[in-house]
Design a protein around this ligand. Structure first.
Ligand code: NOJ
Length: 490
């Protein structure tokens, strides 16, 4: 299991918000195809499409009602084939989101194949498991009067991967898409695929779960409701169906607990980094833990959490870009991060019940304050600030965040070797990778750093950064990549 994804830059497209081609205010597949020229110019190796399948949108596509279809508002299977062919022509691979731990309650399987789901009988839920979005993880089906399990919304019943026929059906889904030329998969909610067979209670937690989560869920030690020791029975089936195409796992667990998933996955997301505060004593250890875990996919934002500019501060977007794109492994860039987009203020009413609309606002292609070049109609969510941040302006501006992203994506092809963290002055993070040294000032004060004599600046995020006579000066929030003299690297 190693291949094209190992050090790839994968660009996450949230299809609803990327580019509309027919004026209905909702992004679509033809819109994505029309923007491939941009993605090739940016230099990404692959695109990951968040779910494109038919869905009643209880969880905006993560409630799939037909895994072998394209949602009507996104286009047709023929549009999908066109997108894959056009992407491949430009050397861009296509990664789909496999939503396999649950379906929509409107999936035909829920009625036709109840044995594909997890059920319980009796007046009360059989255990204390909680749904990630709040409330009990069990709801009553009014038709059968039985309780069904749902790790997320009640509209998303959990599949039973212990059932070999379900495994075969889902393997068929994987093959359906690989036959259409899909190059790999991001696999959703992997840690929920298999749970305790005896449905035992989760015991109370000694300390809260270390990643952000519903407060009630965090009070439990999540050892039975997810992350079963028997997860291999499910993952082996997926691995088999995907062949040598990369599988990237979304395992929402601290990185130390994801290592065993690497028996089946090419990489797993390193959420410890995403959820670190912008401080050396949080980011540094998160990187170290992730590197110890092995093949991680680095990610600093996605469609579920506040964007980098909103979480770590707009002043840090350049330094954060250097971090994401120099760490080694694969790097996942969420659409809009390359122009430093910020989250939109909450709109009323919420479309996403879990409050994630802010990071899902439309991509800002141009400065038009109404639609940002995203649509000719009315965007499904309002645009944030296209006058301040848009692709068209930043593409021609040498000092823009976009120019920096493009240069970093180009530069990372020359950076090789495992990361080795170095001691650094307070507020700074430093590591070497082979013949390169990366120095990032996370703080608001200037820092001076001793570097090997002969080190030369290859990239700086701030023109005031200087490397001279074995001393690198980094202004506040700045980062630099240096080339080391022979024998000076790690
Ligand atoms: C993780 C996805 O990224 C998120 O958007 C979704 O709500 C849950 N999995 C459930 O599918």
């Amino acid at each position: 299991m190693s291949g094209w994804s190992d050090s790839a830059v994968v660009y996450e497209i949230y299809p609803r918000s990327f580019q509309d081609s027919d004026g209905d205010g909702i992004g679509d597949l033809a819109g994505i195809t029309g923007r491939l020229e941009y993605l090739e110019w940016l230099g990404v190796d692959a695109i990951w499409l968040a779910p494109i399948y038919a869905s009643p949108l209880a969880d905006f596509g993560y409630d799939v009602s037909d895994h072998e279809s394209v949602a009507r508002e996104y286009g047709t299977l023929s549009d999908f084939d066109d997108l894959v062919a056009a992407a491949h022509d430009r050397g861009i691979r296509v990664v789909l989101d496999l939503v396999v731990s649950h379906t929509s309650i409107e999936h035909r399987w829920f009625r036709e194949r109840p044995d594909f789901y997890v059920w319980a009988d009796g007046p009360e839920p059989p255990n204390n498991w909680r749904a990630s979005f709040g409330g009990p993880a069990w709801s009553r089906d009014p038709v059968s009067d039985r309780l069904y399990l749902h790790s997320f919304y009640a509209e998303q019943p959990d599949l039973d991967w212990r059932n070999p026929e379900l495994r075969e059906a889902m393997s068929g889904v994987v093959r359906f898409w690989t036959d259409r030329g899909v190059d790999g998969f991001r696999v959703d909610a992997v840690d929920r695929m298999v749970k305790d067979a005896a449905l035992r209670d989760d015991p109370p937690a000694a300390e809260p779960f270390p990643l952000p989560m519903d407060p009630e869920v965090r009070k439990l030690d999540l050892i039975h409701s997810r992350d079963s020791p028997e997860i291999g029975l499910a993952l082996a089936a997926l691995r088999d169906a995907a062949g040598d195409r990369p599988l990237i796992g979304e395992v929402y667990l601290p990185v130390a607990r994801v290592i065993r998933y690497l028996d089946y996955f090419d990489a797993v997301f390193a959420f410890d980094l995403l959820h670190s505060g912008w401080r050396v004593d949080e980011i540094g250890p998160a990187i170290d833990r992730s590197n110890e875990a092995g093949r991680v996919a680095w990610v600093t934002s996605n469609h579920d959490f506040p964007r980098v500019a909103s979480r770590w501060g707009p002043e840090n977007v350049r330094a954060a870009a250097v971090l994401l794109l120099t760490l080694g492994g694969s790097a996942f860039v969420y659409q809009g991060e390359e122009i430093g987009m910020i989250d939109g203020e909450p709109t009323q009413p919420h479309l996403d019940r879990f409050g994630r609309d802010g990071c899902r606002r439309p991509m800002q292609w141009e400065g038009d304050p109404q639609n940002a070049g995203f649509t000719t109609g009315r965007p499904w969510l309002p645009v944030v600030d296209p006058e301040l941040r848009n692709v068209a302006d930043q593409r021609i501006e040498p000092g823009s965040v976009l120019t920096l992203f493009r240069r970093l994506i180009e530069l990372r092809r020359e950076i090789h070797g495992s990361p080795r963290r170095l001691d650094a002055p307070s507020g700074a993070l430093m590591f070497t990778r082979g013949r390169h040294l990366v120095a990032i000032n996370l703080g608001a004060a200037s820092v001076g750093v001793d570097v090997p004599a002969g080190a030369e600046s290859v990239l700086v995020t701030d023109p005031r950064a200087a490397c001279d006579g074995g001393r690198l000066t980094l202004p506040p929030h700045a980062a630099a990549v240096l080339g080391l003299p022979a024998g000076g690297g790690g």
